[in-house]
Design a protein around this ligand. Sequence first.
Ligand code: TRP
Length: 452
Amino acid sequence: MALTQKDGFSSKFGVIAAAAGSAVGLGNIWRFPYITGENGGGAFLLLYIFFVIVIGVPVMMSEFVIGRRSESNALGSFRKLAPGTSWWLIGLMGIIAAFVILSFYSTVSGWTLEYVFQSINQGFEGKSMDQLNSDFETFTSGSFRPLLWQMIFMALTAVVVLGGIQKGIEKATKILMPILLVLIIAVCVRSVTLPGASEGLKFLFEPHFEKLNFKSVLMALGQAAFSLSIGMGALITYGSYINKDTPLLSTSIQVAAADTLLAILSGVMIFPALFALGVGNTGGPGLVFVTLPAIFQSMPGGTFFAVAFFLLVSVAALTSTISVLEVVVAYLKQEFNISRLKATMIGTISISILGVFCTLSFGPLKDNTIFGKTVFDLMNYLSANVFLTFGALFIVIFTGWILGKSNFVDELNKSGKVNPVVTKVLFIIIRYIAPVAIGAIAIGTFFIEGLT
Ligand code: TRP
């Protein structure tokens, strides 16, 4: 088999660890809570879960199928499966999306490293939410420290990606993701036992549909795509490293379930604390960086938890950033026939340059806005709501109409026959339901609300 000599994942658990490692990251712990907060809580959560099931899983499976069938990168796979057509442009859009995502993601990843450092120095001790809030603002509005951490983070990402698939990506994720889950559960327990915590749970779980507007629907879809790592070819790239014995259907479901569980647990961690500790602020990128230190302070062994927690959030971010960088590296390496080292250097350096603008968006470049958004906000918004949404749209159209049912089903059946009713329903979703739904939401929102 082709993959035996090539670098690739060694087992199904390895695939799940790496794909869940990609999926679980700042999207769950940092982005999900504040986006949910800004969109009113419970009803948004339901919408989010609905999109994960109906759109997320089918798109994820499509990406795995495209990647494994072509054994190629995000762009090369379309060239291989639809030669002589323009479908490779979707791959190109994915490569651009990788730049957009990693530029702002590395900013926030850098913040998590700063917070590891601050936890070690017991920098949160005895501080009120207001103080923690102003500390966060002071730190992020600087230049040197946030940039330094961002660059350290990009370097770490490059080092793992240089290690290749099995020895780098797979090994790191297998060990660290389970530890993260245990710690998150511990913090959830503390959060929900704070006096006054129930308001937060109500906010997260009681649906108030009147709080949703049209844009929330796009935000929920975008957040689902972002959190599942779909829509830009990261899972096409990982798919090309999956061997034929790995069942793609159950893998996709398990990864999506793990990712959704972690998003919900992050909500359970944040909202009760937010309500119990009583600051009305339910939004903004600073949400977890202010709320979590506040929880740690009220925990026995708080310093230990704070250090361990921010360290593991950094790791979760790292297992996501490697999947984004790998998209660019696999593309450069395969399409331009250059070494992994060279590809990694080119990708890392060019993304870091764009990243500087995102990091400085909280300080010196605060007032330099485009469409009323800072560079950071614009990248953050465009990534999920434009790039990944349209990426997901074109990926399902490609799978449903170009790749076709027989190829799709054949690839799913490689590791043992999947129930034909299941594949039939899946394919109907991929061919008709998902494209119409994503298209209607994306285009509808832009007509009603404008691009941003
Ligand atoms: N899913 C990751 C998170 O939630 C982010 C991420 C990693 C991503 N790879 C991706 C998002 C590819 C979109 C596409 O933190």
